[in-house]
Design a protein around this ligand. Sequence first.
Ligand code: PEP
Length: 260
Amino acid sequence: MPLAKPFVLGNWKMNGLRADGEALALALVERQQGAVRKGTLGICPPATLLAPIHDLLAGSGILLGGQDCAPAPAGAFTGDISAPMLADVGCRLVIVGHSERRHGHGEDDRLVRAKAAAGHAAGLLVVLCVGETEAERDAGAAIDVLGRQLEGSLPDGASADNLVVAYEPVWAIGTGRTASVEEVAAVHAHLRARLGVLADGGEALRLLYGGSVKPANAGEIMAIPDVDGVLVGGASLDAGQFDAIYSAGQGAADPVSSRR
Ligand code: PEP
């Protein structure tokens, strides 16, 4: 799937009953109508809202995604949702390896890799999250940890058309603390170089930053050449804030498009 900068993806997490979820989706569709903006906008509502929101997004250009998927396509896995199920309900992408799955549900790189492969088998764009904890950063181990996560969870056949990497420092998610521009720039430059080695054409993969992105800091983050967009949690639950984040990325240059 060709993705243009800025790629702004909202992760609603476990938020939204039918009435407020649909109202939020409709508010985003209204803001898209008549607005000529570059880039790619997507949302990942909870699984219970995917079907009704898919219908509301029709013709808006907003991509629909799942927040996670099972490694198996079907079977006796109570409570799980498979990648083919997400595709069947109209999803175009799936997040895997979010820190709330890695740390809250004990998911390791092997499982994340299997989930990413399942997403690809179902024809979904995979948004693969990596990120170090505060203790790992304080110990000077961030780059090592990120390298291990990337190598361990990157599926075979990853390319700029089927995979996006999201750098989400665990200490910045939902905390109001954002990594500095210098920290994000250094990590993203490193990730792009590693991806160039690990995947065919890997330097053209889209890289997102995530962690307490708000309208006030989105512009400077997306101005970093190796940042192609942002993964947004809390602020994606407010149509005005989410839309303002998308607008804040409009002026950013897109060096990656010339690499593709
Ligand atoms: C996230 O959950 O991916 C995230 C970045 O959350 P927040 O924006 O709330 O920090």
